[in-house]
Structure formats: structure tokens, C-alpha cells
Design a protein around this ligand. Structure first.
Ligand code: NDP
Length: 244
């Protein structure tokens, strides 16, 4: 795949695995991050030492002006973005009566507003290329709901409705829009929840273990590939059977 890809939140966890997967498939990869430039630089070096092309780009994906500048910088250094992976995401969990407006706004901005901003920015170039892949990370929480995650689940359910609508809008232009919804994957995000929460989750998972970031990345890699050219508007649940 000699394409240019942008992975938001590509510096750690699932995003890092997606950046490596797409680079392994031959894409030049822009690795976006919010604060942790060392981690993003490490991903770029790993890709470059394997013979690939990559760049790190620090941008808050909830910030409209910053997103416009990010797309210009990536186009200048690597070329027009043809594969966009909206992966950046945060949690600010709390029970509804205690949830602050700030926790609601932060999660919606980073998880959902970002998908609008980045997809819109990528779309112009994809329409010119008459080819594009937009893949966004939702969550089983966005499908089944989860106590303490009203903000997060709303953002992740929003991604599904957004993607179905956009898939219908741009399908005739060679652009597919899909969603991957992970279950419980071992990353920094879930490490925050502690071992008790992980043990409780494992009991609900048919495959009897947490997922690995590379198991999400391979699904994203497939949806980005030519082989997935007739799949659009879909949500692929990758959860080891958690939501069954
Ligand atoms: P991590 O917390 O491990 O990594 C988050 C990544 O997002 C980091 O690269 C971080 O950058 C980046 N990021 C956070 N905020 C912003 C921002 N405002 N602008 C740009 N980048 C930002 O998360 P995971 O790898 O666990 O999750 C990745 C995605 O998968 C998320 O959307 C998450 O909701 C989803 N998901 C995860 C599940 C899991 O079990 N882990 C389950 C279901 C869905 P920096 O390093 O600079 O902080």
C-alpha cells in the first residue's frame, strides 16, 4: 500500500500498533500525539529503521485551527492523506450525578469533535484522489453502554452514526468509512482501571483474556486495504466475544 496515512493518537497503545501495521503494509505514516513527543518519536524511529517513511506531529485533535495546520504539515512532508485513522481518545469516567460539564466537554472534544474535524480535513484530498479510507475507533461501550461512562459511550456511539452518514455521502467517490469497536484491550488507558477491573472483564470475555493492540491494528489494516474495497458504513467489533 503506497499510501499516506495519518493515525491520531498514534504514539501509544492501539494507535501505535496501527501506525506500525500500516507502515508494515507500505504506507507512509504521520504519527499524531497530544503531549508525549518521546513516545511518538520512538514510533517514527521504529518505522524508519524498518525502511518506512514516517513523521511525528503534535496536535490536539479537538482544536480546529491546529487540525488544519496538522493536515498542511503532513501534506507538505509526506503527501495528501489517503488513509485517516481517528484513534485518539480519552476517558473521564464518573457516575452521572458526579460528572462535571468539563469531563463531558473534554471527552466529546477529543473523541468526537476530533472525528468531525479530521475527517473533514482529509476529505478534500480524498475526493480529489477519488480514493480514501476513514477508519474510526469506537468501543463496545458505545454499543452496549457502561455505567460511569455516559460521556465516553456517547462519544463512541456518535462515531458510529457519523460514520454511517458519511459512508452514504462519499461512497460514490471511492471513499469508504468504517468503524472498529474494541472490547477490553491492554493499554495505558485500561491499566488505569486496575487489576480488579481487568479480572472482572476477563470473566465476561469468551476468549478468556484481554485483547492486544496488534489484534485491533490488524482489523484496521484490513479495512484500510484494497481487499476491503466493498466494505463501508460498518462497525467491526473486535472484543474476544465480550459483547456476545
Ligand atoms: P491510550 O490512552 O493508550 O493512548 C491514547 C493516545 O491518544 C495517545 O497517543 C495520546 O497521545 C493520544 N491523545 C489523547 N488525547 C489526544 C488529543 N487531544 N489529541 C491528539 N492525541 C491525543 O489509548 P488506547 O490505545 O487504549 O485507545 C485508543 C483508542 O481506542 C481510543 O479512541 C479508545 O477510546 C479506543 N478504545 C480503547 C479500548 C481499550 O480497551 N484500550 C477499548 C475500546 C476503545 P499522548 O501520548 O501525547 O498522550
Amino acid at each position: 500500500m503506497s499510501r499516506v496515512a495519518l493515525v491520531t493518537g498514534g504514539s501509544r497503545g492501539i494507535g501505535r500498533a496501527i501506525a506500525m501495521e500500516l507502515a508494515g503494509r507500505g504506507a507512509a505514516v504521520a504519527v499524531n500525539y497530544a503531549r508525549n513527543s518521546d513516545a511518538a518519536d520512538e514510533v517514527v524511529q521504529a518505522i524508519q529503521s524498518g525502511g518506512g517513511r514516517a513523521m511525528a506531529i503534535g496536535t490536539d485533535v479537538g482544536d480546529a485551527e491546529a487540525v488544519t495546520a496538522m493536515f498542511s504539515a503532513v501534506e507538505e512532508e509526506l503527501g495528501r492523506v489517503e488513509v485517516l485513522v481517528n484513534n485518539a481518545g480519552i476517558t473521564r469516567d464518573d457516575l452521572m450525578l458526579r460528572m462535571s460539564l468539563e469531563a463531558w466537554d473534554d471527552v466529546i472534544a477529543t473523541n468526537l469533535r476530533s472525528v468531525f474535524l479530521c475527517s473533514k480535513a482529509a476529505l478534500r484530498g480524498m475526493l480529489r484522489s477519488k480514493w480514501g479510507r476513514i477508519i474510526s475507533l469506537s468501543s463496545v461501550s458505545g454499543i452496549a453502554g457502561n455505567p460511569g461512562q455516559a460521556n465516553y459511550a456517547a462519544s463512541k456511539a456518535g462515531i458510529i452514526g457519523f460514520s454511517r452518514s458519511l459512508a452514504k455521502e462519499v461512497g460514490s467517490r471511492g471513499i469508504t468509512v468504517n468503524v472498529v469497536a474494541p472490547g477490553f484491550i491492554a493499554t495505558d488507558m485500561t491499566a488505569e482501571l486496575g487489576t480488579d477491573a481487568a479480572d472482572a472483564a476477563v470473566e465476561q470475555i469468551s476468549l478468556g483474556r484481554l485483547g492486544r493492540p496488534d489484534e485491533i491494528a490488524s482489523a484496521v489494516g484490513y479495512l484500510a486495504s484494497e481487499e476491503a474495497s466493498y466494505i463501508t458504513g460498518q462497525t467491526l467489533v473486535v472484543d474476544g466475544g465480550l459483547a456476545l
